[in-house]
Design a protein around this ligand. Structure first.
Ligand code: DI6
Ligand code: FE
Length: 407
């Protein structure tokens, strides 16, 4: 019988495991043991097998949950869009700003002008801010380069954020975010560039774990994205989609057709779209930060998603245009307040279901034997507080793969 590396005793455990009710709270006085970075044993302390542990820590009755997972961010970018925020407050719409060459394209200009080092230095404190509130895994999208060189630079910076911090980073190629100025009026030509040149290079160099696209009248059509998705899947890359954020463009149906890992936003998704997602087992990722920032009033069909058994995740969408929010706890609170998720759904959405949205359901997102020991230790009196307070320093410690992780 081999030894444990770490034994946590006198802990209260919210496992968040699937199918459990009440946060998957483990009854009684519990303990959790870690071996080789994974959870090796969980249970009642009175049944603890006798084994040597490299380190034993009594946590004085503190709560632990799975570390949080932010499954949708655009955290690498140049510049900011505070001036557009002011314009929008004056009543100018997001779409009008985009049509006038601002919006995503203004961040594209700033990102193209930035070196890899500058992009890394700008993103690092944002990644650290998420770590400080208990996040151990994030997804980072490209999509502000829109040319071969800058899209690759963004993905390399994202990978570097994963190697130089204790955050585990999953990267996504979002070259189909909007049509770059060089291809104005020729979106099909740009999709061909992505399919024929960018995607093969990115796949060859293993720079992306998935491929995303923006399905919207101001971005790409379902036909264009279908072509891109077919190319991605041929190269072995799973897909996901920005779907139905500003209008019902059949995004959810498209995501379902390609068995997407997730369909994200979904403010305008129809019943038909919800049923398609249910059949494809794709995750619905809700992004209340973008909803709030855009002053959107059309809420995603949460009741329908629930009724059809579509798993619901919650993420920050951290980006300079529509969601300048670098706090997953804030997104969790907003998902409750704006979309009527329960605090338990919101926490599951930022742990177990977020892992599923990244294709990592078997690896992390719950506290169960065999899963990665990504564990958040909290100063709270109940896990429902995690979708209630924001901006409060309630994280006592974050373990990533069983190791104390410094933000
Ligand atoms: N939807 C969003 O909310 C972000 N991208 C997208 O497709 C916004 C990106 C931006 O405005 O910079
Ligand atoms: Fe987004």
């Amino acid at each position: 019988m081999s030894d444990w590396d770490l034994l946590l005793t006198d802990v209260r455990i919210a496992t968040l495991r699937g199918g459990a009710t009440d946060y998957g709270i483990a009854e009684g006085s519990t303990a959790l043991a870690v071996r080789d970075g994974r959870i090796d044993w969980i249970g009642d302390s009175s049944r603890l097998p006798v084994r040597r542990a490299g380190k034993t820590r009594s946590l004085g009755g503190r709560w632990i949950t799975p570390a949080l997972i932010d499954c949708h961010t655009h955290i690498v970018f140049g510049g900011d869009r505070a001036a557009e925020f002011e314009q929008r407050l004056q009543g100018v719409s997001y779409q009008d700003i985009a049509r006038a060459g601002g919006g995503i394209l203004s961040t594209v200009r700033a990102t193209r002008d930035a070196t890899a080092e500058e992009l890394f230095r700008a993103a690092l404190p944002r990644v650290q801010a998420l770590a400080r509130e208990g996040v151990a895994t994030i997804e980072i999208k490209s999509g502000y380069g829109l040319d071969l060189e800058t899209e690759i630079r963004m993905l390399e910076v994202a990978r570097r954020l994963g190697t130089e911090t204790s955050m585990d980073v999953r990267t996504t190629l979002l070259a189909a975010h909007t049509v770059p100025p060089e291809y104005a009026g020729n979106a099909d030509g740009y999709i061909d560039l992505i399919c024929n040149e960018l995607l093969p290079q990115v796949a060859e160099r293993k720079l992306a774990d998935a491929v995303d696209a923006y399905c919207e009248s101001i971005a790409f059509s379902t036909a264009q994205i279908a072509k891109l998705f077919a190319a991605a899947i041929k190269l072995g890359l799973p897909v996901k989609l920005h779907a139905d954020q500003l209008s019902d463009g059949g995004g959810a149906e498209l995501a379902a057709e390609f068995k997407a890992l997730s369909a994200d936003h979904l403010e305008y998704t129809s019943r038909k779209g919800v049923r398609a997602l249910a059949a494809s087992k794709s995750v619905a990722v809700l992004l209340p930060g973008a909803f709030l920032t855009l002053g959107e009033t059309h809420v995603p069909p949460v009741g329908e998603l629930r009724a059809n058994g579509v798993p619901i995740a919650v993420a920050t969408d951290c980006n300079p245009g529509t969601s300048p929010i670098c706090s997953l706890r804030t997104a969790m609170m907003l998902a409750c307040r704006l979309f009527r998720l329960t605090p338990e759904e919101s926490l599951a959405g930022a742990t177990r279901i977020a892992a599923q949205a990244l294709g990592l359901a078997d690896d992390r997102g719950t506290l169960e034997v065999g899963k990665r020991a990504d564990i958040a230790i909290w100063n709270i009196s109940h896990p429902r507080e995690l979708a209630y307070w924001t901006g409060t320093p309630q994280l006592a410690e974050l373990l990533a793969g069983g190791q104390t992780s410094a933000p």
